[in-house]
Design a protein around this ligand. Structure first.
Ligand SMILES: [Mg+2]
Length: 230
């Protein structure tokens, strides 16, 4: 079976980890900010602290049925930064520096095959869009990447929807923006739960972007975006 079944009319893509990647890496950026505020941390230590803090926030989201907002996202990142960088001289300044950093296109790189893949899919008449658990900072980031212009008419951001992925309410908004039935929409993303399970639970077709081959038991899986064209 081709990766994009013939009945599919719209394809929506996750943002971070699928089309956009922090460059330098998030642990390197956190470590650099920590150092500016008097705390020397190895990137590996940053990563461990970050993952622990991130998971606490994810558990908090489950307790509120994945409700979100711009305020909730700022709260999320404030807690993650202050927990990850415990020991710095000015936690509030670190939070502001990091929040602002990731709103800039210069903090990101785009997937090398994104422009070619999106152009090819668009030429097949497919409706294209983006569905992200990021927040309003996605807009200034996208403005810096003409490679992703094919998606910018249909960008679904959880902080605006009010529900995070993998919540069904998020994917119902994607379906409405796509102006399709759920089973006519393909969702492509790198997160097994948030993207693949969330989309299929909402009745969509899903493909997991799995560049390291971590999830070989998943039937619909690609290792790079260009496989969508085969
Ligand atoms: Mg992702």
């Amino acid at each position: 079976m081709p990766h994009v079944p013939v009945h599919i009319r719209a394809i929506f893509f996750d943002a971070v980890g699928t089309l956009l990647f922090p460059e330098p890496s998030a642990p390197a950026v956190y470590a650099a900010v920590a150092l500016r505020y008097g705390l020397r941390l190895a990137p590996g230590d940053v990563q461990n602290r970050f993952i622990t803090a991130y998971r606490v926030e994810e558990a908090a989201d489950v307790a509120t049925q994945l409700a979100t907002s711009e305020a909730r996202e700022r709260e999320r990142w404030h807690r993650i930064v202050t927990q990850t960088l415990t020991g710095v001289s000015d936690p509030e300044a670190c939070y502001r520096d990091l929040f602002d950093h990731f709103a800039k296109p210069a903090a990101w790189r785009v997937a090398p095959d994104a422009a070619e893949v999106l152009a090819a899919l668009q030429s097949r008449g497919l409706v294209l869009g983006m569905g992200s658990n990021y927040d309003a900072r996605l807009w200034p980031v996208l403005a810096g990447f003409p490679e992703l212009a094919a998606l910018t008419d249909r960008v679904v951001i959880s902080a605006a929807v009010g529900v995070r992925k993998p919540g069904t309410g998020f994917f119902q908004t994607v379906t409405r923006i796509a102006n399709c039935e759920p089973n006519e929409v393909l969702f492509v993303g790198d997160d097994l739960d948030n993207d693949y399970v969330g989309a299929t639970t909402a009745g969509m077709h899903a493909i997991l972007l799995d560049p390291r081959g971590d999830h070989t038991h998943i039937p619909h899986r690609i290792m790079k975006l260009s496989e969508l064209l085969s």
